[in-house]
Design a binder for this molecule. Structure first.
Ligand code: GLC
Length: 445
């Protein structure tokens, strides 16, 4: 009897330790310091100039949609130019759609013919981008759709989208899971360092966020095998960070938390993220579109203004989050002119004020209607985005040593109550329309 107990104890302890050993924590300092990255949605849908959901929104069948394989020909794609634009914008990483919901793979995958090599273009986009990112010191994250509007082994019968694609025969779910694992293995084996995998689409198998139901992972109609998939990623590249845009509480193994069109905790992103709770233990990222579309859309002229974009970046940083700003390249493979000029503006702004964004953490208070605070060691940066009054009063935990406007030589008047830590700044001469920044230095302890 004793022997049985002993061997049971051994088995239990082996199981427990094998779980514990799996917990890999990738190096994420670069990510938290980066604060600004580019999201790129690009694929056969770009040809139709109507966003990346066009297959679903226009109820295009798989057989019709796949005709795009003979048409998608982004001859003007130039990885060098893309990465140069990213750098000029002051961005530190790219998140690129390796495979979106239409199931098309932008790389030389051996797992499916529905890929870039079988287009007239015929060259591996992921490879070119990865090589160039490595060359120019930009990190590469790969977006990977969990849901698939093309494959028969994706559980389309239980999915919320992709119902009008003409698929009739529901094939084995395990084959789909194995397919994803094999594709991720390719991406994490053949392209050098990949800094992150950004999943999207779990929500396809969950009740709608608009339905009023408090959605949880356990309501999923399928088993995604996330544990195995995350372990596989961390085994192949221990420093590869995992994000999953499920709009729900973070799962074990996820290394940063993604917010879609919503700053962390604001929960104003429409149906998305209505109840997404901010994870205390994870780095954060908010993704947003430069106009209102992810994939290129011909009639979308709703570009955010330069001012709106700077405010977004600053407010994200005030929350301690990165801004992942999306650009949908034209079918030719080039970025459109307006996007490029917005990006150049941001890059210029960052070349003057980057020290208030890069490498900072969120300030002692969350962003407010008047602006946001960022912090780096003994310096606080108070960003006045919308002046609401002539004075601003904030409480600081330490004694202030010096205060100045970063964007002008005007003097700023201020005083601090040493007992309460409360400081008052006079804003009657704010120097900048877009962002007036007060640099507050504390005495080094
Ligand atoms: C949504 C959309 C998708 C887009 C993503 C970016 O989940 O389905 O098209 O890629 O948001 O955050």
């Amino acid at each position: 009897m004793k022997k049985i107990f002993l061997s049971l104890a051994v088995i239990v302890s082996i199981c427990v330790s094998s779980v514990a050993q799996k917990s890999v924590v990738p190096n994420h300092e670069w990510f938290e310091d980066a604060r600004f990255g580019m999201f790129v949605h690009f694929g056969p849908y770009s040809v139709l100039c109507n966003g990346e959901w066009v297959m679903n929104t226009q109820s295009i069948t798989v057989s019709d949609y796949h005709k795009l394989q003979k048409i998608f020909d982004p001859r003007l794609f130039d990885a060098k130019k893309w990465v140069a634009t990213v750098k000029e914008a002051g961005m530190k990483y790219i998140a690129f759609t390796s495979r979106h919901h239409d199931g098309f793979s932008n790389w030389n995958t051996k797992l499916s013919d529905w890929n870039i090599m079988n287009t007239p273009y015929g060259k591996d986009l992921v490879k070119q981008l990865a090589d160039e990112c490595h060359r120019q010191g930009i990190k590469l994250v790969l977006y990977y759709s969990l849901l698939d509007w093309s494959r028969d082994d994706y559980s389309f019968t239980t999915g919320r989208t992709g119902q009008k694609t003409g698929r009739t025969e529901q094939k084995e779910w395990t084959s789909y899971i194995n397919f994803m694992k094999a594709q991720l293995t390719e991406l994490l084996t053949n392209y050098g360092e990949i800094s992150g995998i950004w999943f999207d689409g779990e929500w396809d198998q969950l009740p709608s966020e608009d339905s009023g139901v408090a959605v949880t992972h356990s309501m999923s109609k399928v088993d995604w095998h996330f544990g195995e998939i995350y372990d596989l990623i961390h085994k192949l590249q221990p420093n590869c960070m995992i994000a999953n845009n499920h709009h729900l509480a973070a799962l074990p193994g996820e290394d940063y938390q993604a917010f879609e069109k919503d700053l962390p905790g604001e929960n104003v992103g429409g149906g998305f993220a209505a109840n997404q709770v901010v994870a205390k233990h994870l780095p954060l990222e908010t993704c947003e579109t430069i106009n209102s579309s992810w994939g290129y859309s011909l009639r979308d002229n709703k570009y955010k203004s330069e001012k709106e974009l700077i405010h977004l970046l600053v407010r994200a940083a005030g929350y301690g989050a990165n801004l992942l700003l999306n650009v949908g390249p034209m079918p030719t493979g080039e970025f459109d002119e307006i996007s490029v000029s917005r990006l150049q503006y941001m890059g210029k702004w960052l070349s003057s004020y980057g020290q208030t964004i890069y490498g900072t953490r969120g300030g002692m208070i969350k962003p407010q209607t008047w602006g946001a605070v960022t912090q780096k060691s003994n310096v606080y940066y108070i960003h006045i985005l919308n002046k609401e009054s002539d004075v601003l009063t904030l409480s600081f935990p330490e004694n202030i040593q010096s205060v100045r406007w970063l964007n002008g030589s005007e003097k700023i008047t201020w005083k601090q109550n040493k007992k309460s830590g409360e400081a008052t700044f006079n804003l009657n001469n704010i120097p900048d329309e877009i962002d007036s920044i007060i640099e507050v230095i504390f005495k080094n302890k």
